[in-house]
Design a protein around this ligand. Structure first.
Ligand code: PEP
Ligand code: MG
Length: 889
């Protein structure tokens, strides 16, 4: 194998091997852009080193070969006393990990060559400044010396000289500083700063390899879900200097605005400086546009290069450049990060420019970005004080009174207050408080911390790891930078999309994208903003491309109408249990408590017209589109009062000698219905089989509602769905009864009804015997929530809050299987059941209605295994449409 590539040998598609930076340096070199010559050590070399603790044997020789070639090309030798070649050694992994790993500049300087550099550049100050930077960076990153010691020494030197900026230090001052820095290295690292340039280089390369496993880097990778085994490449690049005087400088630039997507001149420039000065904010940068008046020639060339890069990459690029005495050099480029809104705008702009086509435009955006754009957001105009920033863990904009424990969160929210739960970090005990709160703010922990995982699961706004905030749960307060104290009850606002934390109430405005989907803002209208135009066009691209249909999970007319506005092509899951709550609970209680057949029939009779009316409204809202109605699914005790509460009521009544016959009967029923594992108990199709008349009442309501809609010239398209079927016999029995009821209704109303009957596939046995079940089912809808629960043996109601954080941290899975379909396990059952079902009944309709129906990655999977539709909650419909379109490209 080859461990070292010259910049002329690579290209942008070799990111796995050369890292992002190395691959793009090679690409720019081959485009003929001014890149300082250099070479890249591959990630393979890094992997060998990380696995074995030793650099690959061949590496030293290969580096020597490339170094010699570089020296010949540049006409000078690394660290040569009279005319030194200097190089930078930079990390560069496949995925950008900003600031996470090491870089050392000015390698090759020593007590001797610093003189040579001074002569060569004709600038003594510059040479000593470069040398002190080398010792500082090398000391810190390679030798592990505390960086503050160097910073302090630099501060002292400035104070002694009574100056405020480093450029005011003269050669003599810097010489002294070098001596001081070398002493710091000697005492702290226990060795001299190495004078041999090749030793400097070898140590720096090793340090970059090692930095892959630094704590910061590891944490970042966990948060960003970057695999730990990729390793980093190392770029050795001949130095160019931005600190050679006022005709030199360094800057960063974007080929278009990463926030708005607009084309223009975006970036910052810093005269007479090296790259790290920009990041460190030592001096103030000027807007890139100012470069035009500072150095017109370089500016024009830069604009030209930016255009070349955009046309070549066909995307927004960000770049780092340096100007050395009027000569422009490109030090880095990559396809730049952007906000969700900019992603949509840029994609359509590039289509308009003819750089990409619709299919490619769909690849430039994703459902997660669209979801982000659909959250209400804080009004950007509002002037509110930002006091901290953490990790944007779960999007949304939340305002409320700060509370510091779950008990208070629950108590206050019960009395109608909006609260933000503030903790150092959360644990499963905080669950009640998290549910009660508008949002969650923690000062510790990353994107996979308990708070983040649970909040995302609940769809609740969360900012975590806001480390500048000092949370004191004992004293019920937090201290913000600058010393202000936020007490319990003070109002704060948190933005889960940016991670920002504000004091006071920030006004919230609805998302323009939701306004658009709701039909309150129109693309093409004068006041429609550019984002809405872009989203409108991208959605049209997606709808044209996709094969999967998208339906909604909705159980009332209001949700159904919204779903329709959002583009739903039907209802994939109407959960009828929601129709048994509220003021109907009493009737359901009576049904459960019925001692005699007459009692039971009476309560069912009363429920029938109510149910029927529900369906009439639903069919009207979804006129002409399929509506899948699932018969009652949850265990009956869910409709009865809580056992503890009821026991207390009975005991109280007893002690007061008040009548409590009804409570007592209820309590007995609760005890009778109690199950250790209700999720595996009397629910779903089992209810239909053991409670006479329940399912048939529902089927009758559906059939009568359909007949009524038909009489009203509507177009009802009802589908009846039986939940939790494990064997075809269950389905056959229920089906026979249903068919009979439907026949009765047809007869009585004189209406011909076409009601499809199908089943959910949400138990492993159902999936495994799908071929048999399809004999009795006209459609399957995969209930991937229960299927995940039963395939993994994970309680869907408990695990996310209990041990999933540990599982995520240990890397057992990267994301909860309740969020993204577990392809290997649950997914493969879906695939084989779909196949078996279609083998029995080629026109079997296949859908999915678990939460996964609105999850981007899962949508791609369902497309691949050939389902007909996904069904998800109304707000996820645009996301599912977009991802279905992306999956089909
Ligand atoms: C499922 O199990 O995936 C499903 C959609 O049904 P529910 O979530 O109501 O159990
Ligand atoms: Mg289910």
């Amino acid at each position: 194998v080859k461990f070292v590539y010259d910049f002329t040998e690579g290209n942008k598609d070799l990111k796995d091997l050369l890292g992002g930076k190395g691959a793009n340096l090679a690409e720019m070199t081959n485009l003929g852009l001014p890149v300082p010559p250099g070479f890249t050590i591959t990630t393979e070399a890094c992997k060998v080193y990380l696995d074995s603790g030793e650099e690959p044997v061949a590496l030293r020789d290969e580096v020597s070969e490339h170094l010699t070639a570089l020296e010949e090309r540049m006409g000078k030798k690394l660290g040569q006393a009279d005319n030194p070649l200097l190089v930078s050694v930079r990390s560069g992994a496949k995925f950008s990990m900003p600031g996470m790993m090491d870089t050392v500049l000015n390698i090759g300087l020593s007590d001797k060559s610093v003189q040579g550099l001074a002569q060569q550049a004709g600038d003594e100050r510059f040479a000593w400044d470069s040398y002190r930077r080398l010792i500082q960076m090398f000391g810190k990153t390679v030798l592990g010396v505390d960086g503050d010691l160097f910073e302090d020494a630099l501060e002292k030197a400035k104070e002694a000289k009574k100056v405020t900026v480093d450029t005011e230090l003269e050669a003599a001052d810097l010489k002294k500083l070098v001596t001081r820095f070398k002493k710091i290295v000697k005492t702290e690292a226990g060795r001299d700063f190495p004078q041999d340039p090749r030793e400097q280089m070898n140590l720096a390369i090793k340090a970059v390899f090692d930095s892959w496993n630094g704590d910061r880097a590891k944490l970042y990778r966990r948060q960003e879900r970057i695999p730990h085994d990729l390793g980093t490449a190392v770029n050795v690049c001949s130095m160019v200097f931005g600190n050679l005087g006022p005709d030199s400088g360094t800057g960063v630039a974007f080929t278009r605005d990463p926030a708005s997507g607009h084309q223009g001149v975006y970036g910052d420039y810093l005269q007479n400086a090296q790259g790290e000065d920009v990041v460190a904010g030592i001096r103030n940068t000027v807007p890139l546009a100012d470069l035009e008046s500072i150095d017109k020639k370089s500016y024009d060339q830069l604009m030209q290069i930016m255009e070349t890069l955009e046309n070549h990459y066909k995307d927004l690029c960000d770049i780092e450049f340096t100007i050395e005495r009027g000569q422009l050099w490109m030090l880095q480029t990559r396809v730049g990060k952007r906000t969700a809104g900019a992603a949509f705008r840029i994609a359509t702009q590039l289509v308009d420019q003819g750089l990409i086509d619709e299919t490619e435009a769909l690849q430039r955006v994703n459902g997660a970005q669209l979801a982000q754009l659909m959250f209400p957001r804080f009004d950007e105009e509002a002037r509110t004080e930002q006091v901290g920033r953490g990790i944007a863990a779960s999007p949304g904009a939340a305002v409320g009174k700060a509370v510091f424990d779950s008990y208070t969160a629950v108590k206050w929210s019960r009395s109608g207050e909006k609260v933000i739960l503030v903790r150092r970090e959360t644990n499963p005990d905080d669950l009640d408080g998290m549910i009660a709160a508008e949002g969650i703010l923690t000062s510790r922990g990353g994107k996979t911390s308990h708070a983040a995982v649970v909040a995302r699961g609940m769809g609740k706004t969360c900012v975590c790891g806001a480390e500048e905030l000092e949370v004191d749960t004992k004293r019920r307060c937090m201290t913000v930078p600058g010393g202000r104290v936020v007490e319990e009850g003070d109002v704060i606002s948190i933005d889960g999309s940016t991670g920002k934390v504000y004091l006071g109430e920030v006004p919230v405005v609805p998302s323009p994208v939701v306004e658009y989907f709701e039909g309150r803002m129109h693309a093409g209208a004068d006041d429609a903003d550019e984002l809405v135009e872009a989203v409108h066009r991208i959605m049209a691209f997606a709808d044209r491309k996709r094969r999967l249909r998208v339906r909604a999970n909705a159980d009332n007319a209001e949700d159904a109408l919204r779903a329709r506005r959002f583009g739903a092509q039907g209802i994939g899951l109407c959960r009828t249990e929601h129709m048994f709550l509220g003021d109907r609970r009493e009737l359901v209680e009576r049904l459960i408590l019925a001692d005699t057949e007459t009692d039971r029939e009476e309560s069912l009779k009363q429920l029938l017209p109510l149910q029927k009316q529900d369906f009439v409204e639903l069919f009207e809202a979804m006129d002409g589109l399929p509506v899948t109605i699932r018969l009652l699914d949850p265990p009956l005790h869910e409709f009865l009062p809580d056992i503890t509460e009821l026991s207390v009521r009975v005991a109280l009544a007893e002690s007061r000698q008040e009548p409590h016959e009804n409570e007592l009967r209820l309590l007995q029923a609760v005890h009778r219905l109690h199950e250790q594992n209700p999720m595996l108990g009397l629910r779903g199709v089992r209810l239909g089989l053991v409670i006479p008349g329940l399912f048939t009442m529902q089927v009758r309501a559906i059939a009568e509602a359909a007949a009524e809609r038909k009489a009203a010239k509507g177009d009802p398209r009802a589908e009846i769905m039986i939940p939790l079927v494990g064997t075809v016999q269950e389905l056959e029995i229920v089906r026979e009864e249903a068919d009979q009821v439907i026949a009765e209704v047809q007869e009585a109303t004189g209406t011909q009804l076409k009601l499809a009957i199908g089943t959910m596939i949400e138990l492993p046995r159902a999936a495994l015997t799908a071929g048999q079940i399809a004999e009795a089912a006209e459609f399957f809808s995969f209930g991937t929530n229960d299927l995940t629960q039963t395939v993994w043996g994970f309680s869907r109601d408990d695990v996310e809050a209990s041990f999933f954080t540990a599982y995520l941290e240990k890397g057992i899975f990267g994301v909860s299987p309740f969020e993204t379909i577990d392809k290997d396990g649950v997914g493969s059952l879906v695939q084989s059941a779909a196949r078996a079902g279609r083998a029995t009944r080629p026109d079997l309709k296949l859908g999915v209605c678990g939460e996964h129906g609105g999850d981007p990655e899962s949508v791609h999977f369902f497309h691949e295994v050939g389902l007909d539709y996904v069904s998800c909650s109304p707000f996820r419909i645009p996301v599912a449409r977009l991802e279905a379109g992306r999956a089909a490209t």
